[in-house]
Structures are given as C-alpha cells and as structure tokens.
Design a protein around this ligand. Sequence first.
Ligand code: SAH
Length: 258
Amino acid sequence: MDEKHDLIANFDLKIICDFFRQLDRQGPGSESETLKALGFIKGLPINAKIADIGCGTGGQTITLAKNISGKITAVDLFPGMIEYLNNRVKHCGFENRVSGLIASMDSLPFSKNEFDLIWAEGSIYHIGFERGLSEWRKFLKQNGFIAVTEVTWLTNNRPNKIENYWNENYPEINTVSHKIKQMEQAGYIPLATFVLPESCWIDNFYKPMADHLKDFIKQQNYSKSAQQFVIRQKEEIAYYEQYKKYFGYVFYIGQKYE
Ligand code: SAH
C-alpha cells in the first residue's frame, strides 16, 4: 500500500472508531438474545473467569455481568471503546468484577486453560470464525464454553448481488451447517445455534446508527472521509433491508470437550 492510501486507511479507521464508540452497540444483538445464549451454558462455577472479546462499548458485557457471577475481562483493540466500557461498568457498579483490556484478538495476553467461558458478539469476523475458534480454544479450561455470533447465510441459494457483496466484505460467510462443522473441527461440541431476530439489526443497531449518522457528519465538519463513511453505512443498511431473508447473525454456542 502506498503512503497516501495508507494514510487514508488509517483515517478511515479513526472515523469508524469515532462513530461506533458513540453507540451502545457496535453490532446486531440484544439483551434477550445474550440471555438466551447464556441459557445453554450450564454449571459455570461461582468464581468463573470470562473473556468478552471484541467487547466494543460493552452492550453484552453488562448483560453478562448482571447475570453471572465471576470475573469478566472485556477486550477491545481500540482504547476509545475500552474507555467508554470502563465508564459504563463503573456506572453500573461492576468495577470489582469487570475490567477492560486493550489488546488484539489475534495476540491475546492470556494463559492456557484460564477461562470458563469465552464470549464474542459481532467480533470474531475480525480474526475469522475458524481461526478465532481454534486459536482461542487453548485459553479455555477443559469443558469450558464458547459463545459467538457470526454473519451466516440462512439459505442455500441467494441472489448474486448479495453473494458478491458479502464475498467482498467477508468471504468466510457460509451456511449454518458449514459453521457447525467448523466448530466441531476446531474441537468443540456444538450445544446450540439460533438466528438473531430482525429487531436485533433494525431496532438495536441500524436505527441508532441511522439517527447518529446525521449528527456525525456535522461533528466531522462534513469531511470527505466522513461523507464516504456515511454512504457506506447507508449502503449496508439498504443491503440488509433488501436481502435480510438470505443472511443474518447466528449465535453459536459450543463446549471444549477435552
Ligand atoms: N461486541 C460488541 C462490539 C462488536 S463490533 C457488540 O456486539 O456491540 C466489533 C468490535 O471488535 C469493535 O468494538 C472493534 O473495535 C473490535 N475489534 C476489531 N478488531 C479487533 C481486534 N483485532 N482485536 C480486538 N478487538 C477488535
């Protein structure tokens, strides 16, 4: 990449981070779906150790803290996200049980067999589903659990336009059955999978996003990068609206079996 493009890419990353850190969630999800996934995880010890990877501003972290005992390490690459998360954690009175950590999911500073549960909502795609499942496995204790959401084809066939869009953005997108097989191959017993309802996308993610886009472009003084960012986000929303029956986010819950 030449210097000019590199600078643009870095600037874009800053825009992306500045935008998303101002939202309560950075991906589709909801408190009730987090709780539904948690319902498949039985027998966590009282002093469980939990890692929430790619936690963002902590939408799901707070739900986890409210509903399970033990200690949560919430990890994100971006300091701005962790700053917001730490304030939220303090506001909810969980600072003794939840700590934010700035680290990258592909080089986590964790020990082998450290965690009872690894959580990752809307984030494993940054490392890739297969790679994340297999690299993070070593951090789990024997019989430890993993719960992640991943963008997934809901049907076996779909229009070329949406197929191309996702292949450009995340070529690892695949069907539920394929992802379950990858989970087995990575060394987990698949315990459950379920599709997130549309409300997780529209009400909890795209609506707040669309509302915020208007202010954001002003905040950024109508810069070219901000305008491009807004166009891209609007395009993403339009693709979802048009093709939502063909793809969605799916929760995958698994257990390390040895
Ligand atoms: N779990 C949150 C955020 C999902 S968005 C939610 O569902 O609302 C994905 C998050 O992954 C973002 O906060 C982003 O900053 C973070 N991220 C991106 N690359 C990362 C990396 N390499 N390591 C850790 N976190 C990363």
